[in-house]
Design a protein around this ligand. Sequence first.
Ligand code: BES
Ligand code: MN
Ligand code: ZN
Length: 519
Amino acid sequence: MPSDNAPSASPRLGLPDLPAADVAHVDVLAASADALVVNLFEGVTSPGGATGAVDAALGGAISRLLAGGDVTGKLGEVTVLYPTAGVSAPRVLITGLGRPDAFGPEAARRASAAAALRAAELGAARLATVVHGAGAGGLAPSDAAQATLEGALLASYRFGGWRAPSAGPARRLEQITLVEHDAARLPQLVEGARAAHAVGRGVAFARDLVNLPPDHATPDYLGRQAQALAERTGLRVAVHDRAWAEARGMGAFLAVAEGSSREPRFIELGHREERKDLPLVVLVGKGVTFDSGGLSLKQKDGMIPMKSDMAGAAAVLGAMLAVAELDLNVRVVALCPCVENMPDGAAFRPSDVLVAGTGLSVEVLSTDAEGRLALADALGYARSFAPAAVIDIATLTGASVVALGEGVAASLFATDPTLRARLETAADATGERVWPMPLFEEYRAAIESQIADLKNSGGAKGGVGTAAAFLQAFTAYPWAHVDMAGMALANGQKSRPYLPAGATGYGVRLLVEFLRDWA
Ligand code: BES
Ligand code: MN
Ligand code: ZN
């Protein structure tokens, strides 16, 4: 019986709400908002464009701050002015864009996020902002609009959790308006804003799922969220149970579930599946709702972040939300094997031999190498769709974090150079970094078993590559693998102000950008 102080009901079940967004054809000086954001490149001595217009209306106040060195235009710098006349908005925020030679969509995103955070702190509910980078920055207006709005939306995300409303950050943006005086640009800005809003919702959805603790975000919960998502968007959905997986001989996926009292779920979503003329992309996301390590139990510190071990599945679900909202002209299937990895009397053991759905047998060396087992059966099942490309995304190995660092980049493996290049392009556009890794044959040799086709661990060395080689054995199509271990959670670093502490939603923007380009 849930008592009053027990966290019984899950908070905010359903799709997350974002600040509203729009594009207004208005002069910056006349923009009606609680705060107006303009910008400045580092090294500029006399501001131009919209910032120049505000400077003139304020009698050269910005120029004087620049001359005095109080404002520099460094990326992350936000200066607040309180105009008494000349500008409709009661506050003007000048956000730094950094050096022009280092400028791109990521700088626009960060500059916009820094300003949005500051505006929210000051209690602003309605924010008006110029589009960063569409003028001197040289970005296409739609890309600049997307980056500007995305930065502000992603920075505005908060996970409510169970804290009393008074304990949480009370101040939150309600409305973000992109202001533009040039009517000819409006259609592109609207297009960029629409993309940002869809992607922002996908990211918020993914973040919510990852932030939700593992006693709530169970495999069944993820299945119900997928169902709700499909009801809202019209995606095809099927949430398969244990019996379905048994009928397909998915012994690798099912082994992971054996030590948990929570039933596994295998989520399947589809977008435009009837369009057989379009080349099919299958997205696969690791959905381990908690990774204790199983009988190969993790150390206590290593276990703490493991509610985020379903971040790959969350990224895929968030991407599907955006794909559906944008109604992208792509044929996509999403597969998320969802399971909890726990130790108990029924748990699978080191030394067990499992048989996957493809017929490959696997000797278990470590029950903590569970992600590749769940993914093996999803990758094997993906063959039945005859895909043109399959991308899996997973918090798969601590070795990826050792190699590339925490919050720096995900490891990218691919059997197809075009697929790799397209993911790298998407990473450049979104700032969701990937770094190429090799599929050397030695990694395959390291997971050879004496008694089965494969073993599930290649030992301590080259762990990111041996895990990828394991997955590769279950593929039979152009394939890419994104090991996003270390990317799922952020600690609220200042350098990326659009990543609040907690879940990052990493992968949503990468996958959506890839699919937009694929279309
Ligand atoms: N979920 C972990 C990987 C992980 C570690 C993600 C740290 C994020 C941060 C995965 O299931 C795991 O435990 N991998 C093992 C594999 C080993 C037993 C072969 C690892 O990386 O240690
Ligand atoms: Mn593990
Ligand atoms: Zn794991």
